[in-house]
Design a protein around this ligand. Structure first.
Ligand code: ZN
Length: 181
């Protein structure tokens, strides 16, 4: 098994900006802890970041202008300390796979299992997870490193990802412990 971490949209826009919600705050510390441990364990860290084109992006019709490429909103939150060995995959739609280089990168890294975190589990995380499953990857979901706008959306999304993607639901501490065995 070769794992990688996909960190979806842990950006200023989603944690403190126009698509934020206080439920994002609970995901910061678990993500920071997981990424630090991953870097030490040699597990690749891949950020899948909204990076929209000003003025024209299709998603703006639904969400308004957000996470425009080159702005503060499109940057990973400072608490996650993007490091030199991390990878960044910009995206313009919900899914980290849609018209990006993500699948090619994962194959080059020899990855077969995706640990998926970030925001929001009922939107971009969900679409990235479905596409990851469709591309043939195993899915691991640390339930404390993601969230939704509401508890209902969170609960439904977790169940959906189990049913539709055979997601293994776990938590950050259990994943870190498995690396330290
Ligand atoms: Zn977007």
């Amino acid at each position: 098994m070769k794992q990688a971490i996909l960190v979806v949209d842990m950006l200023n826009e989603f944690v403190t900006g126009s698509i934020s919600n206080e439920r994002a705050l609970a995901t910061i510390e678990p993500n920071a802890k997981l990424l630090d441990a991953a870097r030490k364990a040699g597990v690749p860290v891949i950020f899948c970041n909204d990076s929209h084109v000003k003025g024209v992006d299709h998603e703006f019709k639904l969400w308004g202008e957000h996470a425009v490429a080159g702005t503060k909103g499109a940057e990973v939150i400072p608490q996650l300390n993007v490091c030199e060995g991390d990878y960044i995959v910009p995206k313009r739609r919900y899914s980290g796979f849609f018209q990006t280089n993500l699948d090619m990168l994962l194959r080059e890294l020899g990855v077969d299992t995706l640990i998926i975190t970030g925001l929001w589990i009922h939107l971009c995380v969900r679409q990235t997870t479905v596409d990851g499953f469709c591309h043939g990857y195993n899915i691991v979901m640390p339930k404390d490193a993601t969230n939704a706008f509401t508890q209902e959306e969170y609960d439904y999304s977790i169940q959906f990802l189990v049913d539709a993607c055979k997601a293994e639901i776990t938590d950050v501490d259990t994943i870190i412990a498995s690396w330290n065995k």
